[in-house]
Design a binder for this molecule. Structure first.
Ligand code: GAL
Length: 302
């Protein structure tokens, strides 16, 4: 089967629902790896892989309450469970492969599971794309709040971490160190006071596009995008994309395949138990004369 129907929970090759919300996909050694939130049981992040972006094989619960922990040179707080035994909250995991260190490096939004006051980012690493990741703890980049986030790897392998700061009012772009293990420089503070969340970046023909949502919790809202000639340079003002609910979705990430630009969004079920009914959508993006356009489709043949 090569057709995916939007807005339903897709199954993996064993027939189980795929739990990879707020996720990210990278291509490595012939496979696409899909990482995402898995809030069931003792899990935090799960990993699936596929050759065709349609048939997804479950690989591993790569980060759980029992993951190995290890400090590194950056001072972080290591907390995978609260003192009362309850789970913390790890959202929007993104993973990049670092060619210098040969490590897969995850950046993920950290909260204590009770409120959103930590507003921090956590890091985890692994030698393989789908092995058990080692958790290195959470911190606030340069002391800033850091909530909804993404990673972006440029063609020259320089990587960036983009996250919502100042109670989501501003969106920061940080260049990462060569090993992807820390922030090296805060290169941009974007759209101050515009409350943009759920960033997703793609480079199309030398132009950088960033899609974001507004800040309305689990409820979808009008998506917007901006464009830049250089990720560290000047970004345009925000322009609307999709309809007033981004066709009932919030950005997760953007993937390119065979010249196609694919927007992956979460269609959140909501908080509490409803979260587990959250599903996914894929909408094609295209550069048109007057900007970037999102095409609404019921299903997609990748
Ligand atoms: C959204 C955010 C999600 C999740 C949710 C909780 O704004 O994008 O990742 O944090 O709020 O209400």
């Amino acid at each position: 089967m090569s057709i995916l129907k939007n807005g339903i929970l897709w199954n993996d090759t064993e027939g189980n629902p795929i739990h990879a919300h707020g996720g990210y996909i990278i291509f490595h050694d012939g496979y696409y790896y899909w990482y995402g939130e898995d809030r069931r049981e003792d899990f935090y992040v799960s990993c699936y892989r596929s050759k065709n972006l349609t048939d997804w094989e479950f690989r591993n619960h790569i980060l759980t309450v029992r993951s190995n922990t290890e400090t590194y040179r950056v001072r972080t707080k290591i907390k995978l469970v609260n003192e009362d035994g309850s789970k913390v909250n790890l959202e929007r995991p993104k993973v990049l492969y670092n060619e210098r260190t040969k490590k897969f490096v995850m950046w993920v939004h950290f909260e204590n599971g009770k409120d959103y006051n930590d507003a921090a980012v956590a890091i985890a690493t692994c030698d393989t794309p789908d092995g058990d990741f080692t958790y290195h703890g959470h911190f606030n980049p340069y002391g800033y709040m850091s909530r909804d986030c993404t990673l972006f790897q440029d063609d020259n392998k320089t990587a960036y971490f983009i996250s919502a700061a100042r109670d989501n009012a501003d969106l920061h772009i940080y260049r990462l160190t060569e090993d992807y293990m820390n922030v090296e420089c805060l290169v941009q503070k974007l759209w101050q006071g515009e409350y943009r969340e759920a960033p997703a970046v793609v480079k199309i023909k030398e132009k950088y596009y960033m899609l974001t949502s507004f800040c309305t919790g689990w409820a979808p809202n009008q998506g917007k995008y901006a464009v830049a000639d250089s990720i560290e340079g000047r970004w345009s003002m925000l322009k609307e994309i999709g309809d007033e609910t981004t066709y009932r979705s919030q950005p997760a990430f953007i993937l390119q395949k065979d010249g196609k630009v694919l927007y992956y969004g979460d269609r959140w079920g909501g908080g509490g138990e409803k979260y587990f009914t959250s599903s996914y959508v894929i909408y094609p993006l295209a550069e048109k004369e007057d900007g970037l356009v999102m095409e609404y489709v019921e299903e997609i043949d990748i």
